[in-house]
Design a protein around this ligand. Sequence first.
Ligand SMILES: *Cc1c(COP(=O)(O)O)cnc(C)c1O
Length: 403
Amino acid sequence: MRSAEKLIESEHRLGAHNYKPLDVVLNRGEGVWLWDVDGNRYLDCLSAYSAVNQGHCHPKILDAMVTQAKQLTLTSRAFRNDQLALLYEDLAKLTGSHKILPMNSGAEAVESAVKAVRKWGYEVRGVPEDKAEIIVCSDNFHGRTLGIVGFSTDPTARQGFGPFAPGFKVVPFGDYDAFAAAVTDNTVAFLIEPIQGEAGVVIPPEDFFPRVRALCSERNITLILDEIQTGLGRTGKLLAEEHEGIEADVTLVGKALSGGFYPVSAVLSNSEVLGVLKPGEHGSTFGGNPLACAVARAALKALVEEGMIENAARQGDYFQERLKAIRANGVRNVRGRGLMLAVELHPEAGGARRYCEALKNRGLLAKDTHDHTIRIAPPLVITKDQVDWAADQFEAVLTGLDT
Ligand SMILES: *Cc1c(COP(=O)(O)O)cnc(C)c1O
């Protein structure tokens, strides 16, 4: 077996440097645990950005994947396969959506929704050609394609990649008045994350989404919730919109839709918006393939039948309570919903990255975001004892920061 050093050296030499990973080389996962090539065990508090909500290498998802891989993997949508309808049925039953578009990555789901809602704007709403406007939020994260980074407000994500597509307006996240002021007769959609994940787990004011929902209904604006990270149990509900007491017109899911086995995403909608797409107008070679569908069905089943969503609510509340009880001068704020948690540090604390390094040395993997925030998102199968252990590690590292 190659040593961690050799693998890291090779990666550094041959790979594009578009990531700066912690220097831990992993080769095995099970449930909440990960192991590195030297046999050290870590509690995963990132879950591949919530793609592994069901826990690493979930045996039932693995079974479904292996069984389907032996049977049929890809036909393209030029022909039908016997798994796609079943995934549609499961998603419709679970989320109440009327029309579904299967894609692969999260960014593709976002792009697909943008395309569909523009077309809907022209064909159904009667917006003049090429005038459709979509409102998005500052500090958004919706993926990495050109279309998407074009309406990012993060200079690192944008700079040097222009020119970008027009048709997007940015308003501050959680600011209803700014949103209302940005609406025009050409506004076809509001694209927003229920909780901004990459921005550091930012939760909007309580009355924000109900008011947004009301205005969208009044002005016939499609409310698109990007639940690629917040969805599928992460916040203690199937979808984070349930915390707000609203329903989106279009919901984007991805990440945990496959339990981390394979990229699977979907646009879930009322029939009007996706109904505008006619044969040939949009597509994907891999989207809706039988392997993806079988894996996604097993991933959804595990999530629901094994009580992971309820567990996320329960352990999330407990984890947050434990984190809030930590008395450390460096901690500015602890927040979150379900198992989507964040510890924000004071700028004087010297940056979140070094605490993630210290946590790693104690056997816990977490990710810093935006310099001063540690994001915590373990698989939803975490137990109370494991939360206690994790909270102890945070306490040790965060109080160590005072000295
Ligand atoms: C991860 C993420 C995406 C992009 O998903 P990819 O599969 O990486 O393309 C989009 N939106 C949100 C909110 C995400 O967290």
